[in-house]
Design a protein around this ligand. Sequence first.
Ligand code: MOS
Length: 754
Amino acid sequence: MPEGMIGQSPVRVDGRAKVTGTAHYASDMAVPNPAWAFLVTSAIARGRVTEINEAEARQVSGVLDILTHRNMRGEVQDAGFFAGGGYTSTTMRPLEDDRVHHDGEIVAMVLAETYEQAREGAYRLHVHYAEENPAAGFDAEGAELVSAKDASKGSFEDPAVGDADAALATAAVTVEADYATPTQHHNPIELFTTTASWENGRLTILEGSQYVHGLRNGIAAQLGMDPSLVRVESPFIGGAFGSRGSLTQRTALVAVAARRLRRPVKLVATRDQGFTIATYRAETRQHVKLGADKDGKLVALVHEGVEVTSRPDPYKVAGTQTTCRMYACPNIRTKVSILHADRNTPGFMRSPPEVPYMFALESAMDELAVKLGMDPIELRRVNDTMHEPIKGLPYTSRSLMQCFDRGAEAFGWKQRNPEPRSMRDGDWLVGVGCASTIYPTHLGAATARVTLTPNGHARVQTAAHDIGTGTYTVVAQAAAEGLGLPLEKVVVEMGDSELPPAPVSGGSNVTASVCTVVMQACEQIRARLAAAAQDGPLKGRDPATLRLVDGTLRAPDGTAEPIADAMGRASNGAIEISAENIPKGLPPDSLKKLYQGRQALGAGLEGKEVAMAAFGAEFVEVRVHSRTAEVRVPRLLGAFAAGRIVNPRTARSQLMGGLIWGMGGALLEATEIDQRRARYVNDNIAEYLIAVNADVPKVDVLFVEEEDRQVNPLGIKGLGELGNVGTNAAIANAVFHATGKRVRELPIRIESLL
Ligand code: MOS
């Protein structure tokens, strides 16, 4: 049973702890006698703080201290922008000066004996402003448009090949359309919290994080400390998906407050504050032109996108990097621009580049199929390719069409009448739609320490994170397989910067990156045991052929020695191995960067020799009420190929969650912005709509088997972010099929269909 643990579906090793409440999230972890912090955030989006009247706040019983730019100036140093290889989610330093860059920017932090006193103090702090007219985003006066190429100072080039404009001019069939995607905000169940405490010059931060090493090194840089004096703990995370990947402003403030007060400080930001003190998915507008010959073969693709960002930060996701590599096409032109507005800086949110940009491409492909009178699956088939078209690099594997075929069969695609508005069930117009999904295979350098104790238990230590995805479980599976132990004899420790560094839990890289290095450590343990086994019953066997299986060291002829006995021969105590791995294709300094917490992930689609990505096909059925235009989604189905699936149970739940999130993104989610004040209006989860169980009657996830040993020795591609990429377009395409109306702006709401 333990052999081949990779590929099985054990239940989550941390499941019991989570459902019984013994799993402690960062803000649950007890610290002695904490003071409480409450943030005061700006009431304007652009201007200056002219006066802060503290008198009334200071009189609130229990108020201990108030941090503002007046007493914080210079306390927090620059730690570099995350998207530029540094640490922070924005280059705006917390409480740096009187300038206000966006609505909801932190302008003060009130510290008190209790949460309630801090909150009351915050309400009684009177901040006065000199307000300037803000630019909220698109179409706003004063917003500044810059090409991503110029903004990146040479580090970004818009991918292109051939002459797309010339090819479009002579193409047999063309489509051209504008698409728009809204601002979306992270609303993890766990609020954005930070606890800081100091002891003998050492700082401990308790904060839900996708990157404890990044956070540790970033906060050390901000406070001018040696990183070894900072510890970040984040054993469990209540939702992340990009929102906890980089260092936001609040952390340094809480650390400074704790140092000033000489006691631990605890901050739990409110739900609405989370909209402006953390990152979010930026609004985009995109323009797509496709040209094809009469058989549907693409001859030209133009994809242009504009993304909103803050005034100072050139943040972009540039999903054209993916869309330009999706299909065979000899002539491609892309361009990404960013629009600087008076907004907080956006950041990663589940499949950051692919979600908005693939919505546009996959909608346009559907429009092209309609124009050609072609089945949209067949259109994808004639444009399928085993080489990405920009540099001609081979895909290590690509099972897109296998996914379409499996998915179509299971979904019953053939039964549809392709004619729009032709299918009906009583008052409901019925439509079906499909779209491709893709997520690049990223890998990072990683380290892990594996300890095998004399009684045959193993401990795996690595500073990776389980952001709810099942990482504890899959890492335990890797070690169980590597050491030939039952799963229950393996303990995994993660989410602590004292552990050997592991990559950011982003870019769907962790299962591949961490399982690989854990297996390497296990192999070293096996080799040690095998070498020492020569004195025992395995005498004379070639050590290279000895395997760890079922709690024994075993030769191919079946002779076996219990691990405990082999241990006794190899070591006087435990065997502890630290392993470090740089995946193939990553630069040699990847490991050094990992230790500095400024790690970059491997190239995925944009590599030098090969292109690596997971693929899938997503199908949806929608029902649109013929009188009210209400849209319901009775069925979602995805067929996915993502290399070796380490744990089909946790993988399924990741992909199911992705499909559901994608549906919510297509129909519900959007941050509404007051254009005059550049302010988020629905900054709460009563009005920021997220899919609930009642919205999700049937979700099917199918796996298409795929063997790919080029991506990494274990053949793992990663799939956390694969699920929600194609869903937006699949739903828009199904809505078109149901109603005959093409909606090119998300979310699709009743008013889009009237
Ligand atoms: Mo990833 S954007 O951290 O889900």
